[in-house]
Unconditional design. Structure first.
Length: 95
């Protein structure tokens, strides 16, 4: 699916504390941001998410993780919107 067609899956939400969240489809260009997110989560969360707690994820792994075909899989990210955007969650569905 073309990146421009993925904009139909974007929505904004407000949290109880007033924080603004952007929910959107993940893009291949998100690899570096995704890698930063993976480095911020705990070892336990990495284990539950990926099946291992490998401390060093590389950019190639992040590129693979962010490259979704949207035919057999779907992935969303949540970004907190403030001075910029910070990825705070990733959800994935694989058929």
């Amino acid at each position: 699916m073309e990146t421009e067609n993925l904009s139909q899956y974007e929505t904004n939400a407000s949290m109880e504390d007033g924080s603004k969240i952007l929910l959107r489809a993940i893009h291949a260009e998100d690899a570096e941001t995704c890698l930063n997110f993976i480095h911020r989560i705990s070892s336990q969360t990495k284990y539950l998410r990926f099946g291992h707690s490998k401390e060093t994820a590389g950019i190639d792994s992040a590129r693979h993780f962010c490259n979704v075909d949207y035919a057999s899989a779907f992935a969303l990210v949540a970004e907190v919107v403030h001075d910029g955007k910070e990825m705070v969650a990733i959800a994935r569905y694989i058929n």
